[in-house]
Design a protein around this ligand. Structure first.
Ligand SMILES: [Zn+2]
Length: 327
């Protein structure tokens, strides 16, 4: 679309989340050279939310002394259903946005090509370009958090549907009698093995007196039982919590085994706060479950690795995808 021009040498990546937005300014080599983080405001609606995003991008440019004319493109990663080709965000969880023309607004204001994509896809693409999955032929990313996000980069392209993102590994059914999922179905992977599911089981263990360290440090309130608290509880010797985590990781691994049989990825990237807090436990269990359950031909075909880019992955990946689609 845009010609490569020497003065357009910066890229903007936006990670638009339910509680915060992160804007990263990147140079030609995708090295971060500016960053702005703001809380998103759930109650203010889509017009105020869009204005806030535009102001945050502008503030990141101002801080770095970069003008909009120097921006080659913008990439936005966000959760929730999207129309990929038009860049319309159909719905934003927690923000009350409906049918929001994110791409058009940013193109009007900043005068450069803009792409809107799923936030997990952006993160996996970031890992493929700059992180733990560089040069892989097929990368599958799995990010257990409040839900379980998934994405796939196949031969350099983000795998997608006709007009929507895909790879909802969190909603693969794993247990017909399992817990209810946020999507309305029963027994999806994320209803059984997300951080939320793990924290709920850990809270019950603490309540029953089976996790004394967790009980002392965080009590039984779900909102206090975050990734770092779970890791500390395992470290302090709460066997019940460790077992809950290993069971969840094994279930994720079993589901990944099905994905390996379908796509034969050469890299499986695990990421998100929970994996960052317990990288060895997750890698070990997922790797073992995958190896135990895939067809023999695939047994040693896929390396299980931990994501490298941390909080930057989505913003950097979205910006890099904006570059990719221009060339
Ligand atoms: Zn579901």
């Amino acid at each position: 679309m845009a010609k490569k021009m020497n003065d357009k040498r910066y890229w903007v990546g936006v990670d638009l989340g339910g509680t915060k937005m992160l804007v990263t300014l990147l140079d030609r080599s995708f090295r971060p050279c500016g960053r702005k983080r703001k809380r998103t405001q759930a109650q203010s609606g889509k017009d105020a939310g869009l204005t806030r995003m535009i102001d945050t991008i502008q503030a990141a440019l101002d801080d770095a002394g970069v003008s909009p004319q120097q921006i080659a493109g913008i990439g936005v990663g966000c959760p929730g259903p999207l129309e990929l080709d038009t860049g319309i965000v159909l719905e934003m969880p927690n923000l009350g946005w409906k049918n929001t023309p994110v791409r058009k607004r940013l193109e009007d204001v900043f005068g450069c090509p803009t792409v809107v994509m799923n936030d997990v896809d952006a993160g996996v693409y970031g890992e493929y370009r700059f992180g733990a999955a560089r040069d892989a032929r097929c990368v599958v990313g799995v990010f257990p958090g409040t839900g379980i996000g998934g994405g796939c980069v196949y031969e350099g392209s983000v795998l997608r549907g006709r007009n929507s993102s895909c790879f909802e590994i969190g909603h693969v059914p794993v247990d017909p009698q399992g817990s209810l999922c946020g999507c309305g179905q029963r027994g999806c992977l994320e209803a059984m093995a997300s951080r939320l599911a793990i924290s709920a089981a850990a809270a019950a263990a603490a309540y029953r007196g089976e996790a004394p360290n967790l009980l002392a440090s965080a009590g039984t309130d779900l909102s206090n039982i975050r990734s770092g608290v779970l890791a500390a509880s395992v470290e302090a010797g709460d066997k019940a919590v460790e077992r809950i985590l290993r069971d969840a990781a094994r279930l994720i691994g079993r589901t990944c085994a099905g994905v390996v049989n379908l796509l034969a990825p050469d890299r499986l990237v695990l990421g998100g706060g929970l994996v960052e807090a317990l990288p060895d436990l997750f890698c070990e269990e997922v790797d073992r479950s995958v190896k135990a359950r895939v067809m023999p031909a695939f047994r040693d075909s896929c390396a299980v690795v931990v994501a490298k880019l941390g909080d930057d992955a989505t913003a950097v990946g979205a910006a890099a995808w904006a570059e990719h689609v221009q060339h």
